[in-house]
Structure formats: C-alpha cells, structure tokens
Design a protein. Structure first.
Length: 417
C-alpha cells in the first residue's frame, strides 16, 4: 500500500520539531550553565535542525545536500554521544569532531558513489549512527549512579530502538533501494524512518531534560547525606541506611565504632588543618579496605562507624586489619609525620538486637573498653561490660543517696554586722 506523504512537509515538520528541542534544551542550559551535557545536547539538536533545513531547501542539489546532510548528521550524533559522556563526568574527545567529517570527505573523494548515490550514502551514514546510538546507550546505563535515575533506562531503550531502526534501514537500502525524485528519496520506508526520527527526537528531548533534573536532585541528596570533609556518609545518612538494613533481622550483622586516639593532641600540637588531614586520610584508608556492601560513616568529631550488613567470618581479624592499617599509615602534614592510632569497639545484632540505638550503645560500650585497655586495640562487646557499666551507675547513685541522707555538721552562718 502506497503511503501518501509529502517528503518536503515531513522535512519541515521535523525541522520545526528539532528546532523546538534545541530551544528547549538551550533554556535548560541557560538556567544551569555548569551543565555541560545540556550545552552539547543543545548543539546536537541545533545542528540536527540545520541538517533538516538543508534537506528542505536544497532538493535540486542532491549531491551537495547529501554531503552537507551526512557531515552534519555525523557531528550531530557525536554531540549527542559526547553529552552522555560529560553527563558521566568523562572527557570528550573533541578531535573526533574534526576527524570524522574529514574522513567522510576524504572517502567521498576516493569513492564518489558515497554522495552520488543517496541510497549508499544513507547506508554509510546509518552504520555510523548505529554505532554512536549504541555507544550512547552504553554510556547512560554504565554511568555511576545512573541506574538510580528514572529516565536512564527509557533513554537507553529509545537509543537502542533508533539504532535498530537504522539497521533495518541499511537492509532496506540494499533490498529495496529508494527512487530519487527532485533530489529526494521517496520510498515509503524512508518516510517511516523520518516519522520515527520525529517521534524519537521529541521523546529524547523530554527525557534528557528530566534526566538532568533527576541528576540535580540526586546531587543535592548526596550532598545532604555526605560528610563534607571526608566524603563518606554523614551521621544521619549512616543511621538511615543502617535502620533499613537492620529490618532484615540478621543476627550476623555487626556495628563497629572507631575513634581516633588522642586526637585533641593532634589538633593542639599540629593545628586544626593537620587534624582535618588526619580525618580525611583515615576515611580514605578505611574505605579502601572495605567490601562494597559495608557502610562507613562519620558520626562526628573523630568518631567513625562501620556497619557490616552480612556480618563477617572473623570480625575481630577484619577490625584488626583496619586498626593496623591506620597505625602503619604515614600521614604527614607539611612534611611532618603525624602519628595516628585508632580504637575500635564492635557489637553484633545477636548480642544487642535490631534497634540501632541499642546496637550503637553496645558498640560504644565496647569502644569505651578499648580506650580503657590502653587504646590502639579492638574490643568486642560482652554482657559483662554492660553489667559493669550498670553496676557502676547503680553504685554511684547509691553513694549519692547515702551522702544525702547522712547527718552532717550544721552549716555555719555569718552574723550580719
């Protein structure tokens, strides 16, 4: 069945659609100039609109229009891919923006059929676009934290779908080559591809705008949950994550409290900048020793906490590894070595229960025992520690009550003169 669609009208509709996409993305970029990805996507949509305008205005100059269209299309998709790379905080190989068009122009001189024959030209262009769209889908799915963004998967699906459409296009070019009328391809399958470009572009601009919004909200959330000095979870975020994991009621789960020994003397003797460096280095050293699933946070001051959601085959040995790594670390401030040791106390869910406050109190009590044992050591919580603590509190209260009840000498008053 012949599809009655005017190619020129489709080009104009596409031009208007992509132009709106470029303007919309430019507004997003203007509102946040630091979002380089928005700038690259704006350039991509703007160049795409230019390409469509050329196709609309130069129907009688098919070879010229074909060369311009292909060159700008290659750069358009390179810009799209570069935007996803920047979104993932990767560098952009800007040399490709010159290298790829140069290679295409050189190929046209060597093989004139690339621009004389619109079908062959389209096949070559589509092959490149397939590679770029698949690479863009890989970037959006593989970026750190991207899978937590609501639009990452839909964008990847849209990119892959467009790549598959282009693969079908390559097949049709050779199986059912299009006739050319007035410098334009007129096959029905070519009209369907243009409609697919119209739909995919409209959805892509909306999804990338939502993607940028989601990333902005994600960064704000991360900032609110991150300790500024050390880059690890702050107290609130650490406790919130622990509360979620404690709902599993796994008796093997472990909470450990880590406290730097004599940290006040570091601040007093070397200065607060040295103290900040020590805290940052300790956080870095501990982080490098931790499996991915272990939570690590700064509870405040010189106190840190670890939560092992799956427990450990030998918790004490694991904690000793951390303690020894800190003790052996060569932390320097302005070339001067700063001695650092750490005391660690830990408790298990089996001992203290699944309420964070109780688990924290038990681990903190074990940390107190480590401090009392001479520091730079690891202590596990035990019931005897709790009893000792309770007994001391009880005796202290009884002593205070006894002193209040014991009769003493009458207070001596001073006579007014």
């Amino acid at each position: 069945m012949h599809v009655i669609l005017d190619i020129a009208t489709i080009y104009m509709c596409l031009f208007l659609s992509v132009s709106v996409a470029a303007v919309t993305m430019s507004i997003v970029w203007y509102s946040n100039p630091n979002e380089t990805a928005a700038g690259l996507w704006t350039a991509s949509y703007a160049l795409g609109a230019f390409t469509l305008l050329v196709l609309f205005l130069l129907p009688g100059f098919s070879q010229v229009a074909s060369a311009i269209n292909t060159t700008s299309s290659l750069v358009t998709f390179l810009l799209l891919w570069s935007g996803f790379r920047v979104f993932n905080h990767k560098s952009v190989p800007y040399a490709l923006f010159l290298l790829v068009p140069a290679l295409y122009i050189a190929a046209c001189f060597l093989w004139p059929v690339l621009y004389h024959n619109l079908n062959i030209n389209l096949a070559m262009q589509s092959a490149f676009i397939v590679l770029i769209t698949f690479a863009s889908a890989y970037e959006i799915l593989g970026g750190p934290g991207n899978l937590q963004l609501s639009m990452s998967r839909p964008i990847a699906v849209a990119l892959l779908a467009h790549g598959l459409f282009r693969l079908v296009m390559i097949y049709l070019v050779f199986a059912l080559p299009s006739d050319v009328e007035n410098g334009r391809m007129v096959a029905d399958w070519w009209k369907f591809l243009l409609l697919e470009i119209f739909v995919s572009t409209s959805f892509m601009v909306m999804m990338t705008i939502i993607l940028l919004k989601d990333r902005s909200e994600q960064l704000h959330r991360i900032a609110s949950e991150t300790d500024v000095l050390t880059g690890i979870a702050n107290r609130r975020a650490f406790i919130d994550q622990c509360d979620l994991l404690l709902q599993r009621h796994d008796n093997a789960q472990v909470l450990a409290m880590l406290d730097l020994d004599h940290f006040k003397s570091v601040n007093d003797g070397f200065g607060h900048n040295a103290g900040d460096r020590v805290l940052s280095e300790v956080a870095r050293i501990v982080t490098e020793l931790l499996p991915d699933e272990v939570l690590f946070g700064r509870m405040g001051g010189e106190e840190f906490a670890l939560f092992l959601p799956n427990g450990h085959s030998d918790v004490r040995a694991f904690m000793e590894t951390i303690r020894e790594a800190i003790a052996k670390a060569e932390i320097r401030h302005k070339g001067v070595p700063v001695p650092v040791t750490i005391s660690i106390g830990f408790a298990t869910v089996k001992q203290a229960g699944t309420e964070f406050d109780l688990l924290f109190a038990a681990a903190d009590r074990a940390l107190y025992s480590a401090k009392q044992s001479g520091r730079n050591c690891v202590c596990r919580f035990s019931v005897s520690q709790l009893l000792t603590s309770v007994e001391k509190a009880t005796l202290k209260k009884a002593f205070q009550t006894s002193m209040q009840r014991r009769p003493g000498p009458e207070p001596i008053g001073l006579e007014a003169s």
